[in-house]
Design a protein around this ligand. Sequence first.
Ligand code: FE2
Length: 202
Amino acid sequence: MSNPALNYRLRQFITDFAELLTKESAEPIVLEQGSQLLKQLIEHDDWLPDAFAQPHPDRYQQYLLHVDSAQRFSIVSFVWGAGQKTPIHDHRTWGLIGMLRGSELSQHYQRSVNQSLIPIGPAHQLQVGQVETVSPSTQDIHQVSNAYSDQTSISIHVYGANIGAVKRATYQPDGTEKSFISGYSNTLLPNIWDLSKEPATS
Ligand SMILES: [Fe+2]
């Protein structure tokens, strides 16, 4: 259960991330320092409003939590129902993925000389509290699945753009691309700004 008195966790994260992007533009530094900020956010699983933690019986959900006013970054909660997975896809911007609840598997791919996709090693399992990165400058093509066939998993993602509006691609194993714009599952955003709900000290 989420607690409105703990909205400050997400609010502080937004403030700190915006400050980081104002100070730093080099992607490796943003990913390194941003990972530390995301680890601090997902250290506690008590702040994500329940409305943004609901699985859908048929498909994974991507709930927008925040977009920076200059669209420098966006924050999304990905909610995986039991056994759900993405298609193979890319991002076309840097991304941070932090495991809040449950566990997920990420299988990265690279193109072969004939353009088909080859898995890079075994799938990487992300556990609660861990953060991984994606980027067009390193590894940007992957497929993500809920590591559990019998429970919901939730990860918090940060991207270097308004990710739901980015034109990117899904892939078939033979490398065939299909253009897509993901959008978001929600139409309303969490209200993390009602300070009357919070202790005066926070
Ligand atoms: Fe992804």
